[in-house]
Design a protein around this ligand. Structure first.
Ligand code: NOJ
Ligand code: CA
Length: 542
């Protein structure tokens, strides 16, 4: 990356003077639309604020970390130094809606030392783009800190009033909610107020919402808060303090209540704030992608290809056929017996349809043993991902599909038993390659095993990354369901084509359904981090 030294008009007055006077540091984006202001107070606090075209977008907001081991709050700092630089580069994504992306920002690395006397060093890295800012914490390698546990991240995001917000309840395990549109003062994750249907499944705070959080400010500015590059860290929820309209970061805990286990040197994901007076410009922003690392997938352009597919899928969701061999149903349709959907003859009909109508592939769910007791059991050894039901002929179907230029998409429902999936991954991916599959849809329905872990906690974000890496090693594309919301990692893991991580159209099969505005809000919320498998459009073959 081309990083040039930039001279910013910072008047750093030397450390002795810093303890006697507040120190402010201001930096503008390349076109001056965004200004970032940092204030280092004489009491050691470091706060940041953001302006868009001169208007306050983020009010002075705190930064810091609470550690559990060593037990210590990193909230009062001495300012050790500041590095500044500018980047302006253009890169070519492997796939996507544009062929090249400009990455242009100014960067400040603020070097801090804990004022409480621990001697611990911390850095906060800010990048100021024309459409917003990103910042992350960095723990450099140092004698005083090696392994450590994060108890809480103390980042705040203050906004300037009772903005209109498009939100879903804060949750540790699911994003499958309809979006609620209320003023901030009416946010209610318990399902009261404006909430139409459900309350947080993993409830932890009435005022908690998830990111990407979209707001329209009282003065007409669109503000989106999210994160980029969620690796080796839990996802961030936001808890609103309604008295000040300030959000506090709330990380998803692990089974014993800790947030993250890190070792120096390490960095957190980027906290992102994207701003514009035109909503459409938020959609066009590539800031989240720009904050992610370049592709780590070898030869990706030759084998990573987004596809249009049909699936042996909807017919199960509407109860016309079943995932399991015995024809059982889940939920309200339990008593009904219906045919097993993934049988060879039925799959051939889908392959024929795909070949005739220009679909490159066919997703087949319910092809493998285990569906008899997959749901709500919290059991470890349900699926092995390599044993088909007797009426699903893997070899014959592969030949049938290949002869018609169609691919079959593999389905790996883990039913939340992630330890089991980790044991089977290599075997399952080898099986796929043996039978000509090069794309897999994974799923994490139900509670996670290891028991007590959450879908959006650090243990699972590491798992999703391992799946992306391992599938990449087998030249397999992946689409994850019930996974954590996306944070632009498809720049790095270009084979991770999409995730669900939102309330999809499947809810129109078996719930009260999705309100029409769900589809107009999702682009400004969940889709800010990456692609969605919504399963748009239904065709049920007669
Ligand atoms: C939930 C997924 O979102 C859906 O697409 C899938 O069919 C079922 N789980 C079964 O794995
Ligand atoms: Ca789902």
């Amino acid at each position: 990356m081309l990083l040039k030294r930039l001279l910013i008009s910072l008047v750093l007055i030397g450390l002795v003077q810093l303890v006697y006077a507040d120190q402010s540091i201001n930096i503008s984006s390349p076109n001056n639309n965004i200004q970032l202001g940092l204030l280092h107070r004489t009491n050691g606090d470091l706060v940041y604020q953001v302006f868009y075209k001169g208007k306050t977008t983020i009010t002075p907001s705190g930064l810091g970390m609470k550690l559990k081991s060593p037990e210590l709050s990193l909230v009062k700092f001495d300012l050790v130094g500041i590095d500044s630089s500018i980047a302006d580069e253009t890169w070519q994504p492997v796939w996507g809606e544009v062929s090249s992306i400009r990455n242009n920002y100014k960067q400040l690395v603020v070097k801090l030392s804990d004022r409480s006397g621990s001697g611990i060093q911390l850095q906060i890295i800010f990048r100021v783009f024309d459409e917003g800012i990103g910042f992350r914490y960095s723990f450099p390698q140092q004698a005083k800190l090696n392994h450590f546990i994060i108890a809480d991240e103390l980042t705040q995001f203050g906004v300037s009033g009772d903005h209109k917000a498009f939100w879903i309840p804060g949750d540790y395990d699911t994003n499958e909610y309809p979006y609620y549109t209320t003023n901030l003062s009416s946010v209610d994750a318990t399902g009261g107020g404006a909430a139409q249907e459900i309350h947080a499944k993993t409830y932890f705070d009435k005022n908690a919402v998830q990111t990407p959080l979209m707001m329209k400010s009282v003065d007409g500015i669109y503000i989106n808060i999210h994160e980029a590059g969620l690796i080796n860290y839990p996802a961030m929820n936001l808890v609103l303090d309604k008295s000040s309209f300030s959000f506090n970061a709330h990380l998803v805990p692990d089974a014993v209540g800790n947030k993250a286990y890190l070792q120096t040197p390490s960095v957190t994901p980027w906290r992102t704030i994207i701003v514009s007076d035109k909503a459409a410009e938020l959609l066009a922003s590539k800031m989240i992608l720009n904050l992610n690392e370049p592709s780590k997938v070898a030869n990706a352009p030759s084998w990573v290809k987004p596809q249009k597919y049909v699936g042996v899928w909807w017919e199960m969701h509407v109860g016309k056929s079943s995932w399991d061999y015995s024809g059982g149903q889940v939920g309200s349709q339990q008593a009904t017996r219906v045919p097993h959907g993934a049988n060879t003859a039925n799959v051939k009909r889908y392959i024929d349809f795909a070949a005739k109508n220009g679909f490159s592939s066919v997703l087949v769910e319910g092809w493998n043993t285990g569906w008899e007791d997959w749901f709500g059991q919290w059991k470890e050894d349900v699926f092995d991902f390599v044993t088909p039901y007797p009426d699903f002929d893997v070899k014959e179907l592969q030949q049938y599909a290949a002869a018609r230029g169609v691919k079959i998409i593999m389905h790996h429902e883990t039913s939340g038993a992630v330890t089991n999936y980790e044991r089977w991954m290599d075997t399952a991916y080898r099986f796929m390659k043996q039978f000509g599959y090069d794309a897999v849809k994974t799923g994490y329905v139900g509670r996670i095993i290891p028991r007590g872990e959450h879908h959006d906690g650090q243990w699972m974000t590491k798992h999703y990354e391992r799946v992306a890496q391992k599938t990449a090693a087998y030249n397999i594309m992946v689409n994850m369901h019930e996974s954590v919301r996306l944070t632009g990692l498809h720049r790095t893991y270009t084979n991770w084509l999409a995730s669900e991580a939102a309330r999809g159209n499947e809810f129109n099969a078996w719930s009260v359904g999705n309100p029409p505005d769900h589809e107009t809000i999702v682009p400004f919320t969940r889709l800010m981090g990456g692609r969605w498998t919504i399963h748009q459009g239904y065709l049920r073959l007669k």
